[in-house]
Design a protein around this ligand. Structure first.
Ligand code: ADP
Ligand code: MG
Length: 242
């Protein structure tokens, strides 16, 4: 579903990604972890072409991001993205947040968009809040709306960038529950998160990044089960967060 091939990226003279390669298969849940500043957000943003890269290539569902003529906005519309800070439109109701991109980007009729959006809202357990504005919802509820909004676009893959790290602790569980449900339904997911409970429960693979490089890319069982085989940086990281 996603092939990241030898991707390198620089911000000016600073190399933020160095020769990153991995493949995420359909239905796979991959957790990306690593210290702050290691390039996790940058890597995940390159996947939906929100960040350009200077070397390598990324292929999403058979379409190369670098091939001439690739319709990036179209491709991006099929890749769901959920950020740390929800990024809902504050001046739009929950329902309008759910429908606007479906109407403007996918060309759906307002009725179709609403039907689809409200179905996804129901899926995250927030039907009762459809007419509210985001500011009236808790952080956990806003993040669930953001997930419902992404799902309304019928994504082929969902990318998460630390979706729970801006939440009060008591709200983390409700967002993780939605992510677990998605994973169990077979959604292809790439999740930057330090929630190792989530990683242990539902991920198939764990990628560990350090200083712009993919240092570890292995099955979950291997990552958590065989501490001695881990790179010193990964061992150090795990010791701090587990
Ligand atoms: P992570 O998500 O793992 O914390 P990021 O991908 O956000 O890491 O950032 C990786 C490195 O790139 C950091 O050193 C950060 O300061 C730097 N960086 C991120 N965005 C920019 C930018 N727009 N311009 C310059 N440097 C950046
Ligand atoms: Mg980040």
């Amino acid at each position: 579903m996603i092939e990241i091939k030898n991707v390198s990226k620089w911000y000016g003279a600073f190399q933020v990604l160095t020769d990153c390669s991995t493949t995420i298969n359909k239905g796979e849940v991959v957790v990306v972890c690593g210290p702050s500043g290691s390039g996790k957000s940058t890597l995940i943003k390159t996947v939906n072409a929100l960040e350009p890269f200077q070397k390598g290539d990324i292929v999403v569902d058979g379409t190369s991001l670098t091939a001439p003529g690739t319709n990036l906005p179209k491709l991006r519309s099929r890749v769901g993205m959920v950020f740390q800070h929800f990024e809902l439109f504050p001046h739009l109701s929950v329902t309008d947040n759910l429908t606007i991109a479906q109407i403007k980007v996918l060309g759906r009729s307002p009725d179709d968009a609403k039907t689809r959006g409200l179905k996804m809202l129901d899926r995250v357990g927030l039907s009762a809040h459809k007419d509210k504005f985001p500011g009236r919802l808790s952080g956990g509820q806003q993040q669930r709306v953001a997930i419902a909004r992404a799902l309304s676009m019928d994504p082929i893959v969902m990318l998460f960038d630390e979706p729970t790290s801006a939440l009060d602790p008591e709200m983390v569980g409700e967002v993780l529950d939605v992510m677990v449900q998605l994973a169990n339904e077979g959604m292809t997911m790439m999740c930057v998160t330090h929630e190792m409970g989530f990683a242990k429960r539902v991920s198939h693979r764990v990628i560990f990044m350090d200083a712009g490089k993919i240092v570890e890319d292995c099955k979950k069982e291997e990552f958590f089960g065989n501490a001695e085989a881990r790179s010193p940086r990964a061992k150090d990281f795990l010791a701090k967060i587990l």
